[in-house]
Design a protein around this ligand. Structure first.
Ligand code: FAD
Length: 383
């Protein structure tokens, strides 16, 4: 049985690896080079502090893989666990935080609700005065997406996956009954029993070729690396001012990565035509936001570099992982969490292809028709 995986980002490679491990013949088609989509533009964050059970479970299943990644895949992904600290300004956010921590703890997560003063123990340069509450989990952290992709692609190749870079999928073939039979590429057709859409922000284009319409929108997001006036120690958590959307985390040698999406305007962009460098105005604004609550970012802060990439966003900020047409699976719409959730997603895709079901997470929360059923639960811990 042959499976074609479309997309050589972290989700496609994790899916290809898991499918090959379960005995499937896998061809992965990537239109550019591996990682050339969003994966290499990610901030690498890995956390359990989500607001929905399904996202927490995707995290726990994925973190089990990230923890043992070096032993299993032979690549050190520079996984650093300096925690995540969420900060609330609004009363409604405080209420969410209390509910989130209760749910996370039920799922076995080591998170806690803190006062802003207590949060300073983890982030000493934090100004607690604008905030009403915080949540913290010491085992959250981040890793290097490039190294993680390298680990998955090496393991996939060893497991027998045929990786074809510079190979765009230009059509999806279906038979008279509507079942997918393969894909078209400039080098010719590839017959397949299953096709997996792991095309990240380009997912909509492939869905169109397959005759499927799903609500996934590419949205531009930016990050910048700065040399703060006061170096940010590596022990500092990834700190998120949730009500403004601003966040920062330590980089190496005192540098910091700052990010966030500010203001209401959030247009869908063309994934083939967007500016991949960070805007100067946005960078200044991102540093100002961080400076408003963390005194690391005084006036002597210098901007080193920055970039922009794309989130593939669904209306409830959860992915769609499902066989949406006979033989056609999607693993798309990760809404800014696709790096960290790739290991669990790879397993999910393999379970769906091989067994037609999974016990990893409840699938209705990731199904395409949840939007029509009106049964969505928004993920609120989104930066
Ligand atoms: C600034 C920024 C910060 C982020 N920070 C985090 C974070 O801290 N933590 C986290 O978990 N996530 C983060 N993300 C999100 C994360 O990067 C994505 O969710 C993840 O990389 C998605 O992986 P993917 O494999 O689905 O998509 P991609 O990496 O985009 O891969 C899709 C691939 O498909 C290929 N492709 C598309 N169409 C075709 C076709 N027709 N034929 C062949 N190939 C095709 C593309 O070339 C691309 O390489 C961030 C994203 C951005 C932009």
């Amino acid at each position: 049985m042959t499976v074609v995986v479309v997309g050589g980002g972290i989700v496609g490679m994790a899916a290809a690896y898991s499918l090959a491990e379960r005995g499937r013949e896998v061809v992965c088609c990537e239109k550019g080079s591996l990682g050339s989509g969003s994966t290499e533009r990610s901030a690498g964050g890995i956390r359990t502090q989500f607001s929905t059970r399904v996202n927490v479970r995707l995290s726990l299943a994925s973190i089990a893989v990230w923890e043992s990644f070096e032993a299993e895949f032979g690549v050190d992904i520079e996984y650093r666990r300096s925690g995540y600290l969420f900060l609330a300004r609004e009363e409604a956010t405080v209420e969410d935080f209390a509910a989130n921590v209760a749910m996370q703890q039920e799922e076995g997560v080591d998170s806690e609700l803190l006062t802003p003063e207590e949060a300073r123990e983890h982030c000493p340069e934090l100004d607690p005065s604008p905030f009403r509450a915080a949540t913290y989990c010491p085992t959250d952290g981040f890793a290097d997406p490039h190294l993680a992709l390298q680990g998955y692609s090496q393991a996939a190749a060893e497991a027998g996956v045929e990786v074809r870079t510079k190979t765009p999928v230009t059509d999806v073939h279906r038979d008279g009954d509507g079942r997918v039979t393969g894909v078209e590429t400039p080098d010719g057709a590839i017959d397949a029993d299953y096709v997996v859409n792991a095309a990240g922000p380009w997912a909509g284009g492939l869905n169109e070729l397959a005759g499927v319409d799903l609500p996934v929108a590419p949205k531009r997001r930016q990050v910048a690396v700065v040399d703060p006036e006061t170096p940010v120690p590596e022990s500092t958590p990834l700190t998120i001012d949730l009500d403004t959307g601003s966040y920062f985390r330590p980089e190496r040698e005192g540098a910091a990565l700052v990010g966030g999406h500010f203001g209401g305007d959030d247009p869908e962009v063309d994934p083939d035509r967007f500016s991949a460098s960070a805007d100067t105005d946005w960078t200044v604004e991102a540093v100002e936001h961080a400076a408003a609550y963390a005194s690391y970012f005084g006036p002597e802060t210098r901007i080193k570099n920055g970039w922009a990439g794309l989130y593939a966003v669904t209306p409830d900020h959860h992915p769609i992982v499902e066989e949406v047409a006979p033989g056609y699976l999607v693993a798309i719409g990760f809404s800014g969490h696709g790096f960290q959730h790739a290991p669990a997603t790879g397993r999910l895709v393999a379970d769906l292809v091989v067994d037609g079901e999974t016990d990893l997470v409840p699938l209705d929360a990731l199904s395409a028709d949840r939007f029509e059923r009106g049964e969505t639960h928004d993920e609120r811990n989104v930066a």
